[in-house]
Write a protein that binds this ligand. Structure first.
Ligand code: FES
Ligand code: FE2
Length: 442
């Protein structure tokens, strides 16, 4: 029997229950379509760093909620985002990931030409269109644009749907983490170190995002990486300066107790800050001259705030996870119910000591590259869980850890125990709200 979730809101809502999630949330293609159409289209999603398109006509092509889009620098210096679909017959107007279109965007199929602002400039055999109604139709309006676009601290976000929260309301308090990352630069801005590392993973996007809030898995899943780091560190002469890779990998061996005390903050709309007390990034060696540099730029109070706060991970639900120190941004691009692309962007605080750039690039390669000594542990397990969920015998995944009393606390909500699965339950709270049919939002 094929019962549609689309036509049965109660059945859809029943996928999320206290402490457990029905496996259909991960393996049912109809759920994936509804996620893209409802939750992702109405959420603010990360498009890319604005400086990947420095000059007019530069573009960066990506996907939002599974749809092809591109952002492009305009002649007035602003960045615009377009749906990558020709107004004529739907061909993608830019085909490469990155490039420059020159003075106009020419569709490669039949040469309809658009201005950089997306409006239709010209088309071949124009006279043949006289009286056809094309200029009054959607085709004559040029390239479509997302419902809303916003650049914040050099990062471009968009919401596909014209309906939904404005940028500040949607992200709320979590924007302070973007400020924190940017203020690690004395100039208050980040720059690219290059294009992102991209890996295609055969798992549902939620499996990846839950893992970002999962501090229990490193002890088992990343045991080999942590142990190898310990062996290498043991061979090094006592007092010798720690290699960057060692400094970044050794904390993976921290035990359960470490994470139990790490703390977290849950925010509305699925966002969270993990590691509010400390994290595996808190113990990095101080960098000579950096503190003075930040004090001169931001004042003493702000400089200390920036240097003393290195959360483990911050989630900007549903498309983004950020590390402040090192400054690495992970972005989820869902492709299908069992497939996603992960982008890892290493960003560098402008004007800061060069070691910060190295830390970001190195961390991204060491931990998020599919060729790293860490990422493949996770990817293998995500893909295995995606397979395993098709196995009969239990329709549910468990998110019971730490569940007692009020399952839906008032937000924002601070917790002490960094291992509490309440962070994942908080993601599902936003998921359930976002999946409700329009007009039934809480
Ligand atoms: S599809 Fe673009 S010009 Fe025809
Ligand atoms: Fe991991």
């Amino acid at each position: 029997m094929n019962v549609s979730y689309r036509n049965d809101p109660a059945r859809l809502a029943g996928l999320v229950q206290p402490g457990r999630i029905h496996r259909d949330a991960y393996i049912n293609p109809e759920i994936f379509d509804l996620e893209m159409e409802r939750l992702w289209s109405r959420s603010w999603l990360f498009v890319g760093p604005a400086d990947i398109v420095p000059n007019p006509g530069d573009y960066w092509r990506t996907t939002l909620a599974g749809q092809s889009v591109f952002m492009m620098r305009q002649t007035d210096g602003k960045v615009a985002v377009f749906m990558n679909r020709c107004a004529h017959k739907g061909a993608e107007v830019v085909l490469d990931t990155q490039g420059n279109v020159g003075k106009l965007i020419r569709c490669p199929y039949h040469a309809w030409n658009y201005r950089l602002d997306g409006s239709l400039l010209s088309l071949p055999l124009k006279n043949d269109y006289e009286g056809s109604g094309v200029w009054e139709s959607p085709a004559g309006q040029g390239l479509a644009q997302p419902g809303a676009v916003r650049e914040y601290r050099g990062l471009v976000f968009a919401r596909l749907s014209p309906e939904g929260d404005d940028f500040e309301t949607y992200f709320g308090e979590v924007l302070a983490i973007l400020d924190l990352v940017a203020d690690r630069s004395p100039e208050g801005r980040l720059e690219l170190t290059g294009r992102p590392l991209r890996s295609e993973i055969r798992c549902n996007w939620k499996m990846y995002l839950e893992n970002v809030n999962d501090s229990v898995h490193p002890i088992s899943a990343h045991e080999s990486a942590a142990n190898s780091a310990k062996v290498v560190a043991g061979r090094m002469a006592e007092g010798a300066e720690k290699e960057l890779a060692m400094e970044q990998l050794l904390p993976f061996g921290a035990g359960y107790t470490f994470y139990t005390k790490m703390g977290a903050k849950l925010l509305a709309n699925g966002h969270s800050i993990h590691g509010t007390h400390f994290s595996i990034h808190s113990g990095y060696a101080a960098i000579e001259g950096y503190e003075d540099m930040l004090i001169a730029a931001h004042g003493e109070a702000r400089a200390r705030e920036v240097l003393s706060f290195s959360p483990q991970n911050t989630i900007l639900y549903p498309s983004m996870a950020i590390k402040a120190n090192p400054s690495v941004v992970r972005v989820l691009r869902p492709v299908a119910v069992d497939r996603m692309v992960l982008e890892a962007w290493a960003l560098a605080p402008v004007g800061a000591p060069d070691i910060l750039r190295k830390q970001a690039v190195n961390y991204s390669r060491l931990v998020f590259s599919p060729l790293s000594v860490v990422a493949h542990d996770d990817l293998r397990l995500f893909e295995s869980a995606q397979e395993g969920l098709h196995t009969q015998g239990n329709d549910w995944i468990s998110l019971h850890r730490g569940l007692s009393g009020d399952a839906d606390p008032e937000l924002p909500h601070e917790i002490e125990d960094g291992n509490d699965e309440i962070m994942m339950r908080n993601q599902y709270r936003a998921w359930a709200q976002g999946m409700a049919p329009a007009g039934e939002k809480a």
